[in-house]
Design a protein around this ligand. Sequence first.
Ligand code: HEC
Length: 122
Amino acid sequence: MWFKILVLAAFAIFSAGFACSPQNSEYRGVLIAENDSYEASIYRQNCAICHGKEALGKEVDGQLVPSLRFGDAAKRTDDEIYQQIANGKLPMPSFKGQLTEEEIRRMVVFVRKDLQGRETQD
Ligand code: HEC
């Protein structure tokens, strides 16, 4: 009986800590709202509507748009991220017509370095 309570208490403390910690780690990368780089403004204008203001993912029309900071996005190579932005992948539109090649490249670096805290590869 006491053991059960102890386990429950330990679990409660553990999960409380767990619930708090993502908030800190979510912003391991830059805070987009406070970032005045060119890339952050491209993000706010073109990407935030689906991926969320801070790129943490969002539900759009009942569909879950992934975070660009965590999960699968953080496993993508530069080329895969480039292709995704340039060509899109339904339901994400292609940005070839809206962004120049240079801007798409800068967005790849923005996603990898500023949002995910990873180094870029060639
Ligand atoms: C209309 C909504 C929409 C907009 C606007 C949009 N995206 Fe997406 N994006 C998506 C969806 C949905 C996916 C997941 C596609 C899939 O399931 O493969 C995605 C996937 C991605 C991925 C791959 C993530 C992964 O998990 O592998 C990257 C990188 C990405 N988007 C970057 C961007 C960038 C940068 C912009 C702005 C230039 C942008 N997206 C704008 C909807 C959008």
